[in-house]
Ligand binder design. Sequence first.
Ligand SMILES: [Zn+2]
Length: 357
Amino acid sequence: MNKNVELITELADAFGPSGFEDEVVNTARRYTKELDVYEDHMRNFYMKPKNFSGKKLHVLLDAHSDEVGFMVHSVRPDGSLRFTNLGSPTLVTLASDKVRVRNDRGEFIPGIISSVSPHYAKTSSANAGAITQINQLSMDVGATSDKEAEEEFAITMGEPATFDTTCEYDEEHGLIFGKAFDCRVGCAAVITTLNRIKDMDLKVDVSGVLAVMEEFNAGGAQIAAQTVKPDLVICFEGCPADDTIASGSDIQTRLKHGPFLRHMDGSMISHPRFQKFALDTAKKYGIKWQAGVREGSGTNGMKYHVANQGIPTIVMGIPVRYAHSANGITAEEDFENAVELTVKILTELDENIFETF
Ligand SMILES: [Zn+2]
């Protein structure tokens, strides 16, 4: 396993539903030993190369450290856990997913999301096919009563949980299977880019942030915008691929077709001149790229582009099939091309180009 894949898989396997990103930050720390790092009280994790001057145009590389997950709402008398969502997990695939619940002692308790076995499908009120709301499901850690769940398992309301999936690497095809690539593959790209440029003499200053709570309310990015006050932002994303769910000319985000730069989504119109500069840079260096027009959803860009005096922002998406579910697919080469394109953008950028934005 090469260094990039090792970083992506360790970050993706880390526990980090929105608001509980501690393990992601701890993992990131191990890969940023040659950078100056700082963590705020929300667990936003800031990184700077040691040659950061503070005097040049400042480009911030952002990725969100959280993933979609769950919070225990209440313990039912039978010991099962009613839960709600943190962010928007794919509802239809939840039944029977493996999860990890962090208990009051900080331990991880294995569990599964309930399903209705065929033996009871006709008689149960919780017919699996009829599930339309998350509160019809339960998480089950195997407790037999509410008392046991609370006393033996130390699980009560407010405990966070997320999918229990361990990455698998198909080296022959350059593919990684796992959870939380949205946005841990982006976190890995920010860290890898900063480590690549840390000794380069660029015309811009570059820093990075792994921002918390994007899936919930993008609060981490709002804090980062105010704290860092960058001039430009590149938001990395593990962006949803549509190549197996759309057809014909509707397909815009394909696996193994390079980083995906959206012209807009439901939260932001990407800065058109920065976007053009980024795409022109990809063409100039012959780096694979793809672009598209997202009709919904959003990124941390929603907070940055309207922060301070207005910050030109673009999104560098690394395609992820089946984002927000327990099992997704991402391609090593898309990660590498995203990092390569970003390094080239940072190499080309200067004050004069910024003035034309
Ligand atoms: Zn995301």
